[in-house]
Design a protein around this ligand. Structure first.
Ligand code: R1X
Length: 243
């Protein structure tokens, strides 16, 4: 089957996939795999396949924001992908998880418009347990702080006249905010596949803690390296458990 938006043949995809926002990060992930090759680069969607320890892995960028990312997730699943791990970045809600920390998202608040068009209001956006466990174990083997907990998915990156809902979600126990995880978890539930996500914190979303947003620091780059390594190792562990 030809997947017309990703511009790849489903026969070239693998059951395990890593997804990330940035096409250049997809390339960076592919460089950590053996025998990696680029299948396509169409719009924000850049697709690679490679392997690690003999485990075939697909890597695809999904761009910024839930609607565009959803197109990527849906086509990957149509193409036979059964396990999806998002590696991304997010803003922290708490000084207890400073920039450079990693958060494994156990569930996501659906503060976006996309999933309202897919499932009823009360439907949860929840990660797969086995994927989450594998990701957390792999991330805990790296240096640096790793937490697991609830993340928030928003549509807006820059604030308008409406208040961002950060304070209430922080008070309710959420750890960080980003823009795609709830779409991934809802679509995975709808289509009967499993998904998980890990994010590197690249600044503070909380207004009291926020400084000038600069995600291009060594601390953040180091955290992104760690989450990529963790996601690859998590897939190898899951593959070993599954086969
Ligand atoms: O998920 C968020 C979005 O893709 C995190 O980083 C991007 C915005 O800079």
């Amino acid at each position: 089957m030809f997947l017309s938006i990703l511009q790849v043949n489903s026969e070239d995809l693998t059951p395990y996939a890593i997804v990330c926002g940035d096409p250049f990060r997809a390339e960076a992930i592919s460089r950590k795999l053996d025998n990696a090759r680029e299948l396509s680069f169409s719009r924000e969607y850049r697709t690679y396949v490679g392997e690690k320890n003999g485990v075939p892995i697909t890597v695809v960028s999904h761009g910024v924001g839930s609607p565009g990312a959803a197109v990527c997730f849906e086509e990957l699943i149509k193409g036979g992908v059964k396990t999806l791990i998002r590696v991304g970045t997010a803003g922290s809600y708490s000084a207890d998880v400073p920039p450079g920390s990693l958060v494994v998202s156990t569930a996501a608040v659906r503060e976006e418009g996309l999933t309202r068009q897919l499932v009823p209001h009360g439907f949860p956006a929840v990660a797969d347990h086995a994927v989450t466990r594998s990701l957390y174990e792999a991330a805990s083997e790296t240096d640096g702080l790793v937490k697991q907990g609830i993340t928030v998915t928003l549509d807006a990156f820059f604030q308008g006249v409406e208040e961002f809902p950060h304070r209430k979600y922080k008070q309710a126990g959420a750890l960080a905010v980003e823009m795609e995880i709830s779409a991934l978890y809802v679509i995975a539930s709808l289509r009967g596949v499993r998904a998980g996500a890990i994010v590197a914190l690249d600044g503070y979303a909380d207004a009291d803690l926020r400084e000038v947003y600069n995600p291009h620091t060594d601390v953040v780059s180091g955290a992104i390296e760690r989450e990529i390594d963790a996601a690859i190792r998590a897939i190898v562990k899951l593959y070993t458990e599954d086969n």
